[in-house]
Design a protein around this ligand. Sequence first.
Ligand code: DC
Length: 225
Amino acid sequence: MRKFAIAVDGPAGSGKSTVAKAVAKRLGIIYVDTGAMYRAVAYFCIQKGISPLDEMSVLSLLDEIKLEIQPTRDGQLIFLDGEEITQKIRTQEIGQGASQVATIQSVRQKLSHMQKEMAKKYAVIMDGRDIGTFVLPQAEVKIYMDAGVDERAKRRMGELEAKGEKPAFDAIRQEILRRDENDMNRKYSPLCKAKDAVYLDTTNMTIDEVAETIVKIAEGKISEV
Ligand code: DC
């Protein structure tokens, strides 16, 4: 049977993963980062010399992609064919590749099946682009996290600078706009707010404030269950 679930959707750089990890810790539930799964598929394709846009080639290799998600205290580890690739996939190139590979219906079917299975096993907070609308439409709590594009680019810059990179603000902003365009306008499960999701504009909110808001909403629902 499906366990208690919180679905968090929103565009690139809206702060979903940082907030979702904090909420998972506070509530003692499992955090599932579904973007990492699309990133792992893109990483696999790039390693094999296949463009994430080359649908026929991606489909021919889909069954070979052996992904494993391991929840941890601080988030999750992701394995591709037994190799732990959690940090390797956190690049701009892989993010863009993930957005491209995510337009392919069979890729979405494979990954959303795995995501639904995880929500059967664990109480989860799951973040992505189609969680409240498609993967967990019965989730007790649905959040749509948004933020202005300049703020999202600023947050992304901060993350990259923390890793010792020196990104250009305009390039990051452009990349975010490209991803928005791709993720919101694709044919299958495009990013959009579920009708029953709470819309949170986090532009002027801190991580703690957003996490606190979600925890309060979730605690209200848990007490109803
Ligand atoms: O959250 P992220 O930046 O790691 O996601 C990378 C890409 O994966 C994102 O641009 C679109 C795709 N994605 C998706 O289509 N559906 C999801 N549930 C999660 C991510």
